[in-house]
Write a protein that binds this ligand. Structure first.
Ligand SMILES: CC(C)(COP(=O)(O)OP(=O)(O)OC[C@H]1O[C@@H](n2cnc3c(N)ncnc32)[C@H](O)[C@@H]1OP(=O)(O)O)[C@@H](O)C(=O)NCCC(=O)NCCS
Length: 186
């Protein structure tokens, strides 16, 4: 697969901008993602979670971008772009099938203001218009109410449950799958 290019100009609306991660973001990314809610709902689960994980993640993200598999962006304040609210990705990009998945997380202080909804809308529009995808998927834990609300607000349809989908804390966890097709984005 050809490398994925970062959206240029960066995706943004009146509140949120999505830009490439910078090394200088590592402390903010670590602080935001260390939150127990992020660790609980994200995969893979790393415990203890350290700044070394964050550095490794940024390197792995770049490898996956160059392979055309994934693009990761920092979710920042449009008016203060050094101020990191969270992260978002388009991953499992499959050019042959024209589909991908979207993922996101926010630091605790950035939640409850519609920032994730804005982020998913910006990414979904880019996926359909620029990557010309025919389907975007969002997968989350069944008890991740906030994530499910974000999916529904953006127009995703709940399509089903993948039972015992992931190893999780010594057992296995179900995953709820949502899908969005072009023309369904709200
Ligand atoms: C998921 C997440 C990004 C949502 O971000 P957000 O910006 O707060 O979301 P929004 O403000 O757009 O709204 C989410 C909706 O969920 C609701 N919500 C938020 N937290 C909730 C909670 N703990 N329980 C139930 N509902 C919740 C909000 O009230 C809102 O509902 P509404 O549509 O009726 O207004 C954020 O909670 C988060 O970072 N969670 C940890 C990481 C994570 O779960 N990532 C997703 C993995 S699939």
């Amino acid at each position: 697969m050809a490398a994925l290019s970062f959206p240029n100009p960066p995706l943004a609306d009146d509140v949120v901008a999505l830009r490439p991660w910078r090394k200088a973001d590592i402390p903010q990314r670590f602080a935001g993602f260390s939150d127990p809610v992020c660790l609980r709902f994200s995969w893979p689960f790393s415990e203890p979670f350290t700044e070394a994980h964050v550095r490794g993640d940024l390197e792995e993200h770049e490898r996956r971008r160059l392979d055309g598999r994934e693009i990761n962006l920092a979710v920042v304040d449009v008016a203060a772009r050094d101020h990191v609210w969270g992260g978002a990705s388009v991953y499992e990009v499959d050019g042959e099938r024209s589909c991908a998945s979207v993922g996101f997380w926010l630091a605790a202080h950035a939640r409850g203001r519609g920032i994730a909804t804005r982020t998913v809308r910006l990414l979904a529009r880019w996926c359909f218009d620029r990557l010309e995808l025919a389907r975007l998927q969002l997968a989350c834990a069944p008890d991740n109410e906030a994530s499910r609300r974000v999916a529904e607000r953006c127009g995703f349809t709940r399509e089903g449950v993948l039972r015992a989908h992931l190893p999780f804390r010594g057992g296995r966890r179900d995953t709820v799958v949502y899908g969005l097709l072009p023309g369904e984005l709200r």
